[in-house]
Design a protein around this ligand. Structure first.
Ligand code: FMN
Length: 383
């Protein structure tokens, strides 16, 4: 299992839908979250993209020197930048970070936001652009190792004699992750990306999606890996976890929910439609599958579900997804700093994953905990 955390570049909250307990997401704060994820042994962090986020490339670049092993899964919207520029940025980032770049290709699902960025095509046309973008991007980076130029003439994008001179550390290029649930998205994933990501739908729906993507990839002679994006609310007891879920939306009023749902309804993202359909904007039936809670999606776009429970329960639910073929879990919790610790303490020991032995602290002998009476080390925790 690969376990990732999340850099909250669009804000961090203690209670959803209100500024109460909200937190300034400064560079210092993002650094704290990144350093926590790095030292706790998370494999990477996701940085989203969009007009509500601090820029993912700039933010991630500012965190390279603060971290040692953490990978940066940077969201990139094709259409917003030239594929050659994006390829060169990827090569530079991969070189400067010693091979710690992963790219999350996201076409974007809000026409209003896209138009505000000068992208006026339909959903289908946006995916055509993503397809052409990736063909150029992959070819340009591939040729940094072998030499040669890229010539491509597409419906939307064309380049002549394109090249990048400095190869990325990872060959042929940093792994491509991808999120999107529409038919066009699945075709694109099947043909061009390495890891298909889904938001946290119930296991039966995820199983269906995986089967569809696998079958289409097989037609293209390819195999993909799979990942899932979920929030987590984990506490020492399942009762306490459900109380924490209720608290998270305890200051959220109905007007705010309605406003958010109206915005989601104008989007043309199939993935967003599937997320919103889980709760229909109503608070009364938020446990949409055992321990899977859709409360976050009442106001948050995109990833809208959380696994709720004590450590063993959440670990068991994650293993359920793993059994379906998911190997990468991109998690988050509010607030992101404290919850990164909470999840690592309560769930990491229960997951089938290798501890990174190069991490600071790994070789300390422990047991951990403050010395008792200046003399005795505290007894080991009961298992
Ligand atoms: N869209 C963004 O604009 N920015 C993001 O950072 C972003 N991150 C995503 C992360 C995951 C795990 C997934 C599954 C999707 C993400 N998306 C993001 C949504 C994609 O842009 C997707 O292309 C969009 O929902 C429309 O595609 P669809 O109609 O194929 O679902």
């Amino acid at each position: 299992m690969n376990v990732f955390w999340f850099i909250p570049t669009h804000g961090d909250s203690r209670y959803l839908g209100t500024a109460e307990g909200g937190r300034l997401v400064s560079h210092d704060y993002m650094k704290q979250v990144a350093v926590a994820a790095d030292t706790l042994g998370y494999d990477g962090v996701l940085l989203p993209t969009g007009r509500s986020c601090e820029d993912a490339w700039v933010t991630a670049a500012s965190l390279i020197g603060e971290t040692r092993q953490l990978k940066f899964l940077i969201a990139v919207r094709p259409g917003l930048s030239a594929p050659t520029l994006s390829a060169r940025m990827a090569a530079t980032f991969d070189r400067l970070s010693g091979g710690r770049l992963l790219v999350n290709v996201v076409t974007g699902g809000d026409p209003a936001e896209q138009e505000s960025d000068g992208i006026f095509g339909t959903h289908k046309e946006r995916y055509e652009i993503s397809d052409e973008f990736l063909k150029i991007w992959r070819d340009v980076l591939g040729k940094t190792h072998t030499g040669g130029e890229t010539n491509f003439e597409g419906k939307h994008l064309s380049v002549k004699g394109a090249k990048a001179l400095y190869p990325p550390v990872q060959a042929p290029y940093p792994p491509l992750y991808f999120g999107g649930s529409s038919d066009e998205a699945i075709d694109l994933a099947a043909e061009q990306v390495d890891v298909y990501l889904t938001w946290g739908e119930p296991p039966a729906a995820v199983a269906e999606k995986i089967a569809t993507v696998r079958a289409r990839a097989a037609k293209a002679g390819r195999t993909l890996r799979f990942g899932i994006r979920l929030h987590v609310i984990v506490r020492e007891t399942t009762e306490a976890a459900w109380r924490a879920a209720d608290e998270l939306i305890s200051k959220l009023d109905d007007d705010t929910i309605e406003k958010a749902q109206k915005t989601f309804a104008r989007m043309d993202s199939e993935g967003q439609r599937r997320m919103a359909a889980l709760h229909g904007g109503k608070r009364d039936k938020l446990e949409v599958s055992p321990n899977l809670w859709a409360g976050v999606g009442l106001v948050r776009g995109g990833a809208g579900t959380a696994l709720v429970g004590d450590g063993p329960t959440v670990a068991a639910r994650l293993k359920e997804y793993a059994d379906l073929g998911i190997d990468t879990f991109i998690l988050s919790g509010y607030p992101h700093l404290e919850e990164s610790y909470r999840f690592a303490e309560l769930v990491f020991p229960l997951l089938p994953r290798k501890q990174n032995e190069t991490l600071p602290g790994f070789n300390l002998t422990g047991p951990f905990g403050e010395i008792v009476g200046n003399t005795h080390v505290p007894p080991p925790a009961a298992k």
